[in-house]
Design a protein around this ligand. Structure first.
Ligand SMILES: Cc1ncc(COP(=O)(O)O)c(C=O)c1O
Length: 309
């Protein structure tokens, strides 16, 4: 799904951050790498179906991969039934459904975004929380019928050939154990709603500040994923049927990205660590009494923002 970041493996460095951007955000990656990669527009099931139907004539679609809360941690939120719609199309056209739950697993709920949306993807990619802050944070899970095709070593050839999986950092026992105990603790301490409730309060506080200083900003959250949009960098899209517009869009997004990072630096100077100046992820470690101090720091930044008329 266009606009998402699924990591920097070559074939997935496509349509990153700006839906429709294709390879333009992946300097240096040879175009051939994208021979089997396509993107569809977030919230647009018709676009997805058009592509699946067209691919039928060329051997089909191997898999559809999506970030279930929307690209870039839900920067472009999806309507609630969208994931179910994607699942139905995958079943209809015989494509695997892969959920990228690197951000959402054990954050939206213990059963991830798939539990929340009531969808059963064939494969799920995990990261971040899955290793409790330890390195080698990554995981893949899924239905037995597909997982059985993965292999960590030398496998038989021919029909029984397996997908290559490996890596020095893979199957790190320390990270596996840290991850296991983290998940136990998240469940035991009911950390997910606690982090989500703090996300709600933080977002409400930011919205009040935005109104107070009459800034053209938008704050919203999906539980513990909080968005603070100041320049809308990732709300552009590229339409290749109007190619003459593309250079201006790429120019605008890169200029706005710089502004987003300036905001991030200003927050950082106040002791607030954001993701690239536009996203804040709360955890169960936050307590209500911390909120006034956090908001006062944001206020220090907001009161210095000059808005062009
Ligand atoms: C949704 C999503 N998928 C994949 C990744 C890549 O994870 P990693 O850097 O662990 O490869 C990220 C990282 O931010 C992400 O947000």
């Amino acid at each position: 799904m266009g606009g998402a970041y699924h990591g920097w493996s070559d074939q997935l460095a496509y349509g990153i951050r700006v839906p429709g951007s294709k390879w333009t955000q992946a300097g240096g990656v040879p175009r051939n790498c994208f021979k089997y990669t396509q993107e569809f527009f977030p919230n647009d099931l018709n676009d997805l179906e058009r592509k699946l139907r067209r691919n039928q004539l060329r051997g089909g679609t191997a898999a559809v991969m999506i970030e279930p809360v929307g690209p870039e941690s839900g920067t472009r939120p999806l309507y609630y039934d969208f994931n179910k719609g994607v699942e139905a199309l995958c079943r209809k056209y015989g494509a695997l459904l892969i959920f990228d739950e690197v951000v959402t697993a054990f954050r939206i709920g213990m059963s991830g975004a798939q539990g929340y949306y009531g969808v059963s993807p064939d494969l799920t990619v995990f990261g971040k929380a899955v290793a409790g802050g330890y390195p080698s944070a990554g995981g893949l899970g899924g239905k037995k019928e597909y997982m059985k095709h993965l292999s960590a070593g030398i496998a038989g050839g021919g029909k029984h050939k397996k997908a290559l999986v490996g890596g020095t950092m893979a199957a790190n026992p320390l990270s596996c154990l840290a991850g296991y105990y983290t998940l136990c603790e998240i469940e035991r301490t009911n950390a997910i709603p606690k982090a989500g409730q703090f996300g709600d309060k933080l977002t409400a506080g930011l919205q009040e500040l935005i109104a107070k200083y009459q800034l053209p900003f938008v704050a919203f959250n999906q539980g513990s994923i909080c968005h603070l949009e100041t320049v809308g960098t990732m709300h552009f899209a590229i339409n290749w049927r109007k190619p003459w517009r593309i250079p201006a869009i790429l120019k605008a997004t890169s200029e706005r990205k710089k502004e987003m990072e300036h905001m991030g630096a200003a927050y950082m100077a106040e002791g607030i660590v954001t993701l690239a100046g536009s996203r804040l992820y709360t955890s169960a470690a936050y307590e209500d009494e911390m909120l006034p101090d956090i908001l006062a720091r944001f206020e220090n930044v907001f009161q210095n923002v000059a808005v062009k008329a």
